[in-house]
Design a protein around this ligand. Structure first.
Ligand SMILES: Cc1cc2nc3c(=O)[nH]c(=O)nc-3n(C[C@H](O)[C@H](O)[C@H](O)COP(=O)(O)OP(=O)(O)OC[C@H]3O[C@@H](n4cnc5c(N)ncnc54)[C@H](O)[C@@H]3O)c2cc1C
Length: 388
């Protein structure tokens, strides 16, 4: 039985991440947020310190740690008021390549991803029409000799403008021509440095948070057949493992956000005096802060459990989903509480709370929305009838 307090795991990692983050205070993030600019210096600092290669085995130049250690990194980034969204995918997108790529592909890419010379932090799944119903994607890679010719469209593909490579999920057989609807889907490595302007157009989408997300248009983009990961048509299952890692790591970011909001609210409630006493004396102010802490602590236990199961190689689809749902809801409630505790100042840019409030809201929608998690739990865990 693991009795460790989740917030105390990997103390050395947490301490040094916190130190790195202290060089990137609120003013840094506010300036970027205003212009919707990418945090290049922050991502470079994380790369130089080796945090983005923690999941890559030592044999390929990484530190060979697990999702639990990576979660500690991301949680501390978010607790410090920073945002890991600009770079978290550099940690886990390579998972499909690591688990299902050929040795030649791994040798070619992983050491360079580990050093940061290559950025693989774009993952192209979502399409405007298919939405969450991934087997209905229609972006199609048609084989012509030693190349695939790709046509179609993707939406909400984050960091595509700040990535050298992208993992692209596309159909290599139409949905109507396969027995199982998840068959006929493949994963390609797209070299964005060659692709842009030669069949790929990237169009940024401005959103309520600074997330560098984009829309992609494929018009006869040629991709070498050598860039296929694993077997043609078997790509759907290759991405499922990676999705569990992604959900756990994003849940850890939510835990970090929640701790940020609770830290800030506790501090402010102790300092701010109204009616001649700190507002935190009032139970109407302190109970919501305490409740946020209780809810976040419970969610953190689920994140820890999911991470440990993933690292032990156990099936953890349910736990990864439950962790993401609980953590994203707990961080959102903590965000709301934090705004309320700050009164008018909760809305002031310079307090960073409204920015973090907008940022943490994303995680109830992406990378998977709450309803889809509930549907997974209902049908896969509880045996209820499928609704789709
Ligand atoms: C900022 C941002 C960054 C993103 N980054 C990426 C990325 O890098 N790569 C990528 O591939 N995608 C990315 N996404 C896409 C994201 O994963 C999707 O937006 C998310 O999975 C929801 O899909 P959708 O937007 O198509 O919603 P839809 O599928 O259209 O669903 C809309 C709403 O209806 C609900 N719903 C749909 N079907 C059902 C049902 N059967 N039962 C109950 N409720 C249902 C959903 O829960 C949701 O709330 C990003 C999105 C955003 C906003």
């Amino acid at each position: 039985m693991n009795l460790e307090d989740p917030s105390a795991s990997f103390p050395d990692i947490r301490q040094s991440v916190k130190k790195l983050c202290s060089d990137f205070p609120g003013a840094y993030w506010r300036a970027l947020d205003r212009e919707r600019e990418y945090p290049t210096a922050f991502v470079q600092a994380l790369t130089d310190a080796g945090y983005l290669s923690v999941l890559i085995p030592e044999a390929y130049g990484g530190s060979g740690l697990g999702v639990a250690a990576a979660s500690a990194v991301l949680e501390e980034i978010h607790r410090s008021g920073c945002n890991g969204g600009a770079a978290h995918a550099q940690m886990y997108t390579m998972g499909a390549l690591l688990r299902h790529g050929s040795e030649a592909q791994k040798q070619k890419y992983l050491p360079q991803i580990a050093s940061g010379a290559l950025r693989l932090q774009a993952f192209g799944v979502t399409e405007p029409v298919s939405g969450t119903d991934t087997t209905r994607i229609t972006t199609f890679a048609r084989r012509e000799g030693d190349r695939y010719v790709v046509n179609g469209q993707k939406i909400w593909i984050s960091r595509a403008e700040h990535s050298d490579l992208m993992l692209l999920l596309c159909r290599t057989q139409n949905r109507d021509d396969v027995e199982k609807k998840s068959d006929g889907i493949s994963v390609l490595i797209v070299d964005l440095r060659d692709a842009v302007g030669r069949g790929l157009t990237i169009r940024p989408i401005r959103t309520m948070l600074n997330h560098a997300t984009t829309e992609l248009f494929f018009d006869n983009l040629e991709v070498p057949v050598d860039n296929l990961i694993g077997r043609e048509g078997a790509g759907f299952k290759y991405i499922l493992d990676g999705m569990n890692a992604e959900r756990i790591l994003i849940a850890a970011e939510c835990i970090g956000d929640g701790r940020f909001f609770i830290d800030r609210a506790s501090r402010y409630a102790n300092e701010r005096e109204v009616f001649g006493r700190p507002i935190g004396v009032n139970q109407g102010v302190q109970f919501p802060i305490a409740r946020a802490h209780v809810e976040l602590s419970a969610a953190a236990l689920m994140v820890q459990r999911a991470a440990e199961m993933f690292d032990a190689g156990l099936p953890c689809g349910a736990e990864a989903n439950m962790a993401k749902m609980l953590a994203s809801e707990a961080s959102w409630r903590a965000a709301d509480m934090c705004v309320q505790t700050h009164g008018g100042f909760g809305f002031a840019e310079e307090f960073d709370i409204e920015r973090k409030f907008r940022e943490t809201r994303l995680y109830q929608v992406a990378p998977i929305s709450t309803n889809l998690i509930l549907s997974h739990v209902a049908t896969h865990v509880l045996g209820l009838p499928k609704s789709f």
